[in-house]
Design a protein around this ligand. Sequence first.
Ligand SMILES: Nc1nc2c(c(=O)[nH]1)N[C@H]1C(S)=C(S)[C@@H](COP(=O)(O)O)O[C@H]1N2
Ligand SMILES: [Mo]
Length: 371
Amino acid sequence: MSAPGRGATDLGSISLPSRTAAPGEGITTDELALAARNHAMPAEALRWEVTPPGLHYVLTHYDIPDADAQSWAVTVTGAVERDLLLSLEDLATMEQHTVRVTMECAGNGRAGVDPRPLSQPWITGAVGTADWSGVRVKDVLADAGISANAVDVVFCGADHGVERGVEQDYERALSLHHALDPDLILATTMNGMPLPPQHGFPLRLVVPGWYGMTSVKWLREIRLVDEQFTGYQHQAYRLKRNRDDVGTPVTRIEPRALLAPPGFPDFMSRTRVVEAGHTEIRGRAWSGWGLVTRVEFSPDDGVTWSDCTLHEDKGVYAWRAFSTAWDAVPGPARLRVRATDATGRVQPLDPVTTLGGFTNNADQAVTVVVR
Ligand SMILES: Nc1nc2c(c(=O)[nH]1)N[C@H]1C(S)=C(S)[C@@H](COP(=O)(O)O)O[C@H]1N2
Ligand SMILES: [Mo]
C-alpha cells in the first residue's frame, strides 16, 4: 500500500529467509542477540497479579523508535468520512478506559520446538500482565466516520526495518468488526504510568486476548482499507506445517499455566531446591479463548495429576491465580501444570510443532531437588 520504502530490498546476505536449526545445532549468535534484547518475564514475577514495570516481557522486531510526546500524532485515514490527526492532548480529552490484559508473544515456547525455528528463542516467559489505559479504538473510528466500503483497519507503528529481505514499517490489521470491540484500547499508560519506551511510548494498540503481535506499539497511523490486508506481518504469523502449507492465521492466545517456582534456584541450571514436607504450589494461568476453568498439578512428571484451587477471576483477559499443596518427598522431581479453559482447550503434554514455532503451549516442567 502507500507506506514508503517497502518491498523486496537487495541487501545480500544480511536478511536471510527463515530456517529451522540443523539436527543438534545449538543456539546461534543471532538468536542469542535477539534473546538478550527481547527479555522474558522472570518466573518469580508470577507472584504479582499485575507485572511490575520492567519485568513484563518485551518483543521488538526492529529498533525502539525515537518518540517525542509533544509532537506525536496518530492519523486516521483511508476509508473514513474525514481524516483525523490526533495529538496526545486530543486523545486525553476523550473518554478513558482501562483493561487488565495478560499479553503473550505467539512465539512463547519456540525454543521447545524440534526442529527449532531460528528466531527469538523463547522458553516459557514471553508473558506479562498490565493495566492499559487510553481511548477506545471504536470511539476514534466513530469520530472519523467509517465509510461503507471499509473492510480492515491497519495499525502502523513508527518503527521501520527489514525482515527476511522485506523492508517495512511494522503493520498489523484487524477486521472492522474486531476493531469495533469495546475492549480494544489505544493506550497511553501502562499500570498508571506513561508507556515505557520499549512498550510503545507514547501510544500503542492493545488487543486483549490475542497474541502480542497484533498490539502495535508506537502507533502513528490507523488506515481503513477496502480489502483484506495481506501485509508482511500477516503472512509471517501463520500456523504452517511446512513451506508449501498456506496455513491459518495466528489469533487468540492458547491456554497456558506457569508455576511461580518453589524454593530457591541453582544459578546455572535453574533447578529448584525445596525443603521436604508441605510446600505451597502457586502460579497463574490464562487463555485468550475464555476463562481458565481448571489447572492440574503433577508432582511426578505427568504420572499423576490433581486439581488446583482456582482463585478469583480478575476479568476474562487477565491471568487467574491457582494454588495447591504438595507434600514434597526427598529426591529429584519434575513438577508439571496444565490449564483448561471454558472452551475446553487443554494444554498439550507434547510440543506443538509449526514452521514458525508459534503457539507452542506444551505444559511446563519445573525441575526440583527436594532435601
Ligand atoms: N510497532 C511494533 N509493534 C509491535 C511489535 C513491533 O516489533 N513493532 N512487536 C509485536 C510483538 S511480536 C509482540 S509479542 C508485542 C510485545 O509487546 P511488549 O514488548 O509490550 O510486551 O508487541 C507487538 N507490537
Ligand atoms: Mo510476539
